[in-house]
Design a binder for this molecule. Structure first.
Ligand SMILES: NC(=O)c1ccc[n+]([C@@H]2O[C@H](COP(=O)([O-])OP(=O)(O)OC[C@H]3O[C@@H](n4cnc5c(N)ncnc54)[C@H](OP(=O)(O)O)[C@@H]3O)[C@@H](O)[C@H]2O)c1
Length: 253
């Protein structure tokens, strides 16, 4: 399996699952377009990717919540590469709280990042993906399926993303464009650190979560990256509108 000459956009590539995915695709000779807000981290991952096969990775510093930034992601990709083969919608944020104790500000931030931005970027990418008979992989979460009380806006953003994946897969199937999603269980990344948990709180949280996972392990970023790589490859040419769970058994409970 390789992505020789394939142009792959990965949003949220500066950290966690997105960074692991960038590194995975760099080893498969992809022409990468890496997107995130934090230039320093993005450039570090881009340099790391370049070392794999000597193929320069394009970095686009952009906030996917900002419409003009989303337009720039597609414009600069096409200016640089002339085409787009794979879109990986990975950038995402968590906002804490349930219906009793969350704010509309949290709702707006989470839904705008996790769903509205995906809608917009996908809309702009679709003409190019139709031309290349390309594909889309959306990064969802088991919390889009399994109800829980801690992060309502996040959970419903991922439920919406799952349905978006299926609807768009159906719409684009006649064009030869495949659309799938991956739903990881708990992965140790910066996602929770970014909501302001201290190291001690984080350690306790991770311990509690992992003790409740049937396989007693968190999921690794490179496991998720490998699944994304498979879904984006020709080996998955018969797969569209599917959601792949990678959760160490979390949904069994
Ligand atoms: N970690 C888990 O347990 C887990 C489980 C299931 C699903 N997921 C999903 O996996 C995806 C990646 O999360 P992660 O766990 O790898 O978290 P992470 O380490 O915090 O990475 C999130 C990435 O998204 C980028 N990002 C966030 N907001 C952005 C914005 N407005 N514009 C552009 N980039 C933005 C961040 O970069 P900048 O801050 O530099 O912009 C970063 O590169 C998310 O969609 C998340 O919901 C995570």
């Amino acid at each position: 399996m390789d992505f020789n000459d394939k142009v792959v956009i990965i949003t949220g590539a500066s950290s966690g699952i997105g960074a692991a995915t960038a590194i995975h695709f760099s080893k498969l000779s992809a022409k990468l377009v890496l997107v995130a807000r934090t230039e320093k981290n993005l450039k570090r991952i881009a340099l790391y990717c370049e070392k794999a096969k000597g193929i320069a990775a394009q970095s686009i510093v952009a906030d996917v919540k900002v419409e003009s930034d989303v337009e720039r992601i597609i414009k600069e990709t096409i200016e640089n590469h002339g085409k787009l083969d794979v879109l990986i919608n990975n950038a995402g944020v968590v906002g804490m709280g349930g219906i009793k104790n969350s704010t509309l500000e949290t709702y707006d931030k989470v839904m705008t990042t996790n769903m509205r931005a995906v809608y917009h970027l996908t809309q702009l990418a679709v003409p190019h993906l139709i031309s290349s008979k390309g594909c889309i992989v959306n990064i969802s979460c088991v919390s889009g399926t399994k109800p829980s009380t801690m992060a309502l806006a996040y959970n419903i953003s991922k439920a919406a993303l799952d349905h978006f994946t299926k609807c768009v897969a159906l719409e684009l199937a006649p064009d030869g464009v495949r659309v799938n999603s991956v739903s990881p269980g708990f992965v140790k990344t910066n996602l929770l650190k970014n909501i302001g948990l201290s190291e001690d709180q984080l350690e306790l949280f991770v311990k509690n979560v992992v003790s409740n996972i049937p396989l007693k392990k968190s999921v690794e970023g490179d496991e998720v990256a490998a699944l994304i790589g498979y879904l984006a490859s020709d080996k998955a040419k018969g797969i569209t509108g599917s959601s792949f769970v990678l959760d160490a058994g979390t949904l069994l409970r």
